[in-house]
Each structure stands twice: as structure tokens, then as C-alpha cells.
Design a protein. Structure first.
Length: 108
């Protein structure tokens, strides 16, 4: 485990398989997007697979959020789709709590 700029472990340096925990808001948003844009289903599945296995894979463009979403992270799930999530622990295992998803304009 590497140490980040402020002397804390830097989760961006770790490739860890994480448990995905979907909130009800995330599930509703995903259903709405897939209904509106059926072709996006594959992009969402691919992004979730990458997020589970390597949350900082370059194609996800994972980044911290600021402002009202401070403490959350975002990643890309296609051209204009973003997944908003938090890192945490669940039953002693590394986890990703999926908060919501939508287009760039919808989630920011």
C-alpha cells in the first residue's frame, strides 16, 4: 500500500476487487437510462465490471468530486454517462457504494 500526499493510504494506487452495493436510487437511474438509451446497457455493464475489479482503470476516468458531492467519486460509463459512488467497507470487505448515475448534466 502506498502513502498519499497527506500520509494516508492512497486508494488510487490499489488494484483491489471490491464489492458493488447498489442503492435504490442507482437502480432507478440505471433502469431509466437503459429504457431511454437501450444501447447504453453494454457500456454500463462494462463500466461496473471495471469498477468492481479496478476502480481506477484509465478508461473509467475515475475522479473525486467537489462541492455538494464532496466525498463521492465519479467514473465514466460511456460518452456522456457518469456513475457516482463512494468507497467504503461492507462486512469486512472493500466496497463501492453506487449512489446514482446519469448524464453529465443530470448528476453534477
Amino acid at each position: 500500500m502506498s502513502i498519499g500526499q497527506r500520509g494516508r493510504p492512497d486508494e488510487r494506487d490499489q488494484v483491489v476487487k471490491r464489492l458493488l452495493i447498489r442503492s435504490s436510487a442507482f437502480v432507478r437511474a440505471a433502469k431509466r437510462i437503459i429504457k431511454k438509451y437501450p444501447q447504453s446497457g453494454e457500456d454500463i455493464r462494462n463500466a461496473l465490471d471495471l469498477l468492481e475489479n479496478d476502480a481506477f482503470h484509465p478508461s473509467l476516468r475515475t475522479h473525486k468530486l467537489k462541492g455538494k458531492l464532496k466525498g463521492s467519486w465519479a467514473c465514466c460509463a460511456g460518452y456522456d454517462l457518469r456513475i457516482i459512488f463512494r468507497f467504503g467497507q461492507h462486512a469486512g470487505q472493500e466496497a463501492v457504494f453506487l449512489e446514482t448515475m446519469g448524464t453529465h448534466d443530470e448528476v453534477y
